[in-house]
Design a protein around this ligand. Structure first.
Ligand code: NG1
Length: 402
């Protein structure tokens, strides 16, 4: 495939001067809890968005996509940019432009060509990779700080422009990841703890082929769960205060989890909450505990232990959080049959991908089992390497002169 640099020259008649890249990510564990400010444990992977670009003197952004996968877009950078219609890819370009214009009054745009090999709407953060690549380019051109944690906080706010009330996991890992490492990310304040992925471990990504389009039905489902978590927290805070369980009110999930262990917390939750609110709360606090344990398992090289936590995470996402699907459950089951130590849906769910863990001696068997049982009957192995691959922990976004 020809690179975005060549397409740039064909399109604009001059060479580009900068190349920016931002990777997608696979979340290993800690799903649907970043928006509750609870820690998560993702890694960036080798699939990425690349933009070849040339800064302009004015405030216009002109962006084409290589291979014409997305229609070209053009707009002016200014505070209060109006989004295009829901679902338009250009909103992921407008999002960082709008946020940086509002915060730092930036005024210089660019001509660019974008290329991406991250599957779209598959739970691998193709959208945040676009937001981050454009955000990093604009910050660089306009001399705003590109320090990963600072920029990640700005980009997390920026992406809410598209209407999803997401947490900050995706923007942070795509900007801040290190080679060969996953990162435990905690919020308020934003911190990354880099953890080396053991050499023998392999994380397999398997795309169900079911599109999890976050601008459609999924957006409403996603935002609803977020509101349910907020409501559960509000009730728990009131209940704990009314029953004098703690001296000071516990008003955030991290405060609750730090003050009371999961067992105690769930005992109280069973009195205070019912139905979906109880289920959402249980997922949030048990998943947070699994993240801490998973970090220890990786540090200790305990593959089986890590895998068991992935299985428990999937069960919780399925039964308590209601974000799995028949296809995702099938992929998880097939990966396990093939010898995976653990498997779970990754990303927001309702389709998209699963992630499975195996050691280097078993990974081939897991890949073959998935290919034979899931992909061949559906796709005759067409574009198999795009749908099924081993994720390589990769460094975060970067920009360089070309
Ligand atoms: P994806 O998988 O990219 O849809 C979304 C949110 C994350 C996180 C996960 C679920 C955005 C940009 N991303 O990710 O913050 O909440 O769902 O763990 O909204």
């Amino acid at each position: 495939m020809i690179g975005p640099e060549e397409v740039f020259e064909e399109t604009f008649g001059v060479p580009p001067t900068l190349l920016v890249r931002a990777p997608g990510r696979v979340n290993l564990i800690g799903e649907h809890i970043d928006y509750n400010d609870l820690p998560v444990f993702p890694m960036a992977l080798q699939r990425e968005v690349r933009i070849a670009l040339r800064p302009r003197e004015d405030g216009t952004i002109v962006l084409h996509s290589s291979g014409g996968i997305f229609p070209p877009i053009e707009f002016e950078i200014e505070p209060g940019i109006e989004p295009w219609e829901k679902g338009a890819w250009g909103n992921y370009v407008k999002a960082p432009a709008n946020e940086l214009a509002e915060r730092f009054a930036i005024g210089r745009g660019f001509d660019g060509v974008l290329q991406s090999d991250i599957p779209v709407a598959a739970g691998l953060s193709s959208s945040s990779a676009i937001v981050n690549a454009v955000g990093l380019a604009l910050a660089h051109i306009n001399e705003v700080s590109t320090e990963p944690r600072e920029l990640a906080a700005v980009m997390a706010d920026a992406e809410r422009f598209v209407g999803t009330r997401g947490g900050g996991m995706d923007q942070t890992i795509s900007l801040g990841a290190r080679d060969r490492c996953a990162a435990r990310i905690s919020f308020r304040p934003l911190r990354l703890r880099h953890v080396a992925v053991p050499d023998d471990w392999r994380f397999i990504v398997a795309d169900s082929g079911e599109v999890a389009e976050k601008s459609g039905r999924l957006q409403a489902e996603y935002n609803r769960r977020r509101s349910e978590c907020d409501e559960a927290l509000r009730i728990m805070t009131g209940h704990l205060t009314a029953h004098d369980v703690t001296d000071t009110p516990l008003t955030s999930y991290p405060e609750l989890c730090a003050a009371l262990d999961v067992h105690r917390l769930m005992g109280i939750a069973e009195e205070a909450l019912q139905g979906n609110l109880l289920r959402r709360f249980r997922h949030a606090v048990t998943e947070a505990a699994r993240v801490e344990e998973a970090v220890d398992r990786m540090l200790g090289g305990d593959l089986r232990g890590f895998g068991a936590l992935m299985d428990a995470s999937h069960a919780s996402l399925k039964s308590d959080y209601g974000v799995s699907s028949t296809a995702l459950d099938e992929l998880v089951a097939v990966a396990k049959e093939g010898g995976a130590a653990g498997a779970r849906l990754t990303g927001a769910g309702f389709g998209g991908c699963v992630v499975a863990l195996a050691d280097r001696w078993t990974v081939g068997e897991v890949l073959e089992t998935l290919a034979a049982a899931y992909y061949e009957p559906r796709y005759q192995a067409d574009r198999l390497e795009e749908r099924l691959f081993v994720a390589v922990p990769t460094r975060g976004a970067s920009i360089r002169a070309i």
